[in-house]
Design a protein around this ligand. Structure first.
Ligand SMILES: Cc1ncc(C[n+]2csc(CCOP(=O)(O)OP(=O)(O)O)c2C)c(N)n1
Ligand SMILES: [Mg+2]
Length: 410
């Protein structure tokens, strides 16, 4: 037998590299309001089309249209916008602090703020979240004190995690924020298992978990999806497809031939694909999935199509692998500007109010930052004691730890 043409590997390559004109022509953007909204009790087999479509509510004229419009009142919309502004101000300052050598590492969710914040607002505060590192807005929206987050980023003496975790790998169980796992996608089986345990023990809370497009390539993601589907676990699995996994474009994780939402179709999960930069669409999709989970119809997979506007982390230089002006060319825009545009069009917000609130948010963050830095930063002030390495990890101390502690004299 002779092959007609020899098998050759296909290596996906991004549409544009540094110096090229950004090219997002592969992204099909349907009209806002054009995607149907099935009943939350629908059979997943009858809604497979939604995994390949794109749910949008805000059109490019700042109007909210179509069946997914969650019809939020202006005060709720203003709250969402203020949270996005505050989140952005917080992340910007912490990023700057890293550049000044005050912490070792930081990551931003610039351009993806709608996702964490809309989840916090559409879920109940008691629902348990298993996040990746780009949903800091979720914690802010749940009222976690910014100073506690800063102290963790600085790993200073007031860090509630005693310097045991990488900066911004928070753990705030009191805000329904499970200890963040740095190993990609491991949070998916954790969330699914938690949701299974909650359902099994008659707890009516649900779980939500977040991962990136790149992390979907991990086996943990598929294992989690399967368990979530088989046992109808009350969990929402949210994929932020921000087009990049550090320097690998989403095609390397399989985003070239099909959608990330389509991964759920194979295991029989209802799967939605949503404009992640449209706060209203994100809110509506999470609300839909939460209602489904609470009414015993099980899990939902949601892909949020968005763009990672900043570098992956402070250890990354995106100018080495993508055009510098890609975010400006991103066809789904900036989530903060889109929500602001909507509120202004409704005559419920103005440029003056926006500037005033931006200033207020920056001042608040700056004042808290001074407080946190007075306690300590990476190289200044008081630090968690070295002994903390042995405490807070295991419930009961092991003989090896005792010996190591003796060796260190602490
Ligand atoms: C199991 C595992 N493999 C690799 C890494 C290193 N790593 C950290 S973030 C990252 C890229 C993740 O990209 P994506 O899932 O798209 O999320 P994003 O950073 O874009 O939000 C990689 C490879 C890791 N932390 N864990
Ligand atoms: Mg990514």
């Amino acid at each position: 037998m002779q092959n007609l043409s020899k098998p050759r590997l296909h290596i996906p390559v991004p549409a544009a590299r540094p110096g090229d004109t950004p090219d997002f022509s592969r992204l099909e953007i349907p009209e806002a309001g054009s995607v149907r909204r099935p009943d939350t009790a629908s059979d997943p087999a009858e809604m497979r089309d939604l995994a390949y479509d794109l749910i949008r509510v805000l059109d490019f004229d700042h109007r909210a249209v179509g069946p997914w419009d969650p019809r939020l009142d202006p005060e709720t919309l203003r709250r969402a916008l203020r949270l996005m502004v505050l989140d952005r101000a917080f992340e910007e300052r912490m990023h700057q602090a890293q550049r000044q050598g005050k912490t070792s590492f930081f990551m931003r969710g610039l351009g993806e703020e709608a996702i964490g914040i809309a989840h916090a607002m559409a879920l109940s505060d008691e629902d348990m979240c298993f996040t990746s590192y780009r949903q800091q807005g979720l914690l802010i929206a749940r009222g976690c004190p910014l100073i506690d987050m800063m102290n963790q980023v600085y790993n200073n003496a007031a860090d509630k995690l005693h310097g045991l975790q990488v900066p911004l790998h928070y753990s705030f169980p009191e805000f329904g924020y499970f200890a963040m796992s740095g190993n990609l996608a491991t949070q998916v089986p954790q969330a699914v298992g938690w949701a299974m345990a909650a359902a099994y023990s008659g707890d009516d809370r649900i779980a939500a978990t977040f991962l990136g497009d790149g992390a979907t390539a991990e086996g943990d993601f598929y294992t989690g999806l399967l368990f979530a589907s088989v046992y109808r676990a009350p969990v929402i699995i949210s994929v932020s497809n921000n087009q990049w996994a550090i320097s690998c474009f989403a095609g390397i994780a399989g985003g070239e031939r099909t959608t990330f939402a389509a991964r759920g179709v194979g295991v029989g999960l209802p799967s939605l694909r949503v404009d992640g930069n449209d706060f209203l669409a994100v809110y509506a999709a999470v609300q839909w999935a939460a209602e489904r989970a609470r009414s015993n119809h099980g899990a939902t997979l949601i892909e949020f199509v968005t763009y990672r506007a900043h570098g992956h982390s402070t250890s990354d230089d995106p100018t080495r692998y993508r055009p510098a002006d890609e975010f400006a060319a991103w066809p789904l825009g900036d989530p903060l500007q889109r929500l602001k545009g909507h509120l202004v069009a409704l005559d419920e917000w103005s440029e003056e109010r926006h500037q005033a609130y931006e200033q207020e948010a920056k001042d608040e963050v700056r004042a808290l930052q001074r407080e946190a830095e007075a306690i300590g930063t990476l190289h200044t002030g008081t630090k968690p004691s070295a002994r903390a390495m042995f405490d807070h990890v295991f419930e009961e101390s092991d003989w090896r730890h005792r010996r190591q502690r003796q060796e260190m004299g602490i």
